[in-house]
Design a protein around this ligand. Structure first.
Ligand code: PGA
Length: 248
């Protein structure tokens, strides 16, 4: 049984005061659910949010890491810095990082490896652009991104990984992939993982859908056989909207 995982990706939003206010609104209501709930907050809010979620079911995630242990990398954050705060999950290879900060399949792979080595759980993002979808390249793109991200990752580490399928054209646009289409691509990603590893791993790994998920479409998406949760951007910034998804 794969336990669904709903992760909020706050992106570059929320000052510490705003973060604490949102967490306080979420806290008690999240305890009523069986799904795993993660909030991926800005680096600056991690420490405060960590304290605020103590004793609740909310888990803490970051939105990026560097692949080195430390050193002369101005502006970057190392896995140990996150672990020291009590971070459990980290988003790796979000399309905004790939698009605006030139992250490549290679650096995504380095980050996934480092996160696993250190004991952070990666949420690895894959997904096609609108152009790629229209050129019928969706499967080719997600296959390449998945294979590259997982290159050199041993079978025993796979339990720690969550994949998020996020078609780029559906992020922040209000356009969602139809739940059927999303399920087809996610089932395909599972096949790719099956051929890299085996049936046990492909049946066990959790694959989320992301892209304009909201309370009104969450249950349809979550009811698809291969979709194990959601990575939520915009709708994670407001308690009622996020709780509506958590309680799909
Ligand atoms: P969205 O973002 O829900 O605002 O479309 C999803 C994401 O980027 O993870």
């Amino acid at each position: 049984m794969r336990i669904p995982i709903i992760a909020g990706n706050w992106k570059m939003n929320k000052t510490n005061n705003e973060a604490l206010q949102l967490v306080n609104e979420l806290k008690t209501h999240v305890n009523e659910t069986d799904v795993e709930v993660v909030i991926c907050v800005p680096f600056t809010a991690l420490s405060e949010v960590r304290k605020a979620i103590e004793g609740t079911k909310i888990k803490l995630g970051a939105q990026n890491i560097h692949w080195e242990d430390g050193g002369a990398y101005t502006g970057e954050i190392s896995p140990d810095m996150l672990l020291n705060i009590g971070v459990e999950y980290v988003i790796i290879g979000h399309s905004e990082r790939r698009q605006y900060f030139h992250e490549s399949d290679e650096t995504v792979n380095l980050k996934v490896k480092k996160a696993l080595e250190k004991g952070l759980k990666p949420i690895v993002c894959v997904g096609e652009t609108l152009e790629e979808r229209e050129a019928n390249k969706t499967f080719e793109v997600v296959k390449r991104q998945t294979e590259k991200a997982l290159q050199g990752i041993k079978e025993e580490s796979m339990e720690q990984i969550v994949i998020a399928y996020e078609p780029i054209w559906a992020i922040g646009t209000g356009k969602t992939a139809s739940s059927g289409d999303a399920n087809t691509v996610i089932a395909y990603i599972r096949e790719v993982i099956q051929s890299l590893y085996n049936d046990t791993i492909s049946e066990m790994i959790r694959i989320q859908y992301g892209g304009s998920v909201k309370a009104s479409n969450a249950s349809e998406i979550m009811n698809e056989a291969d979709i194990d949760g959601a990575l939520v951007g915009g709708a994670s910034l407001e308690a009622e909207a996020f709780l509506g998804i958590v309680h799909f």
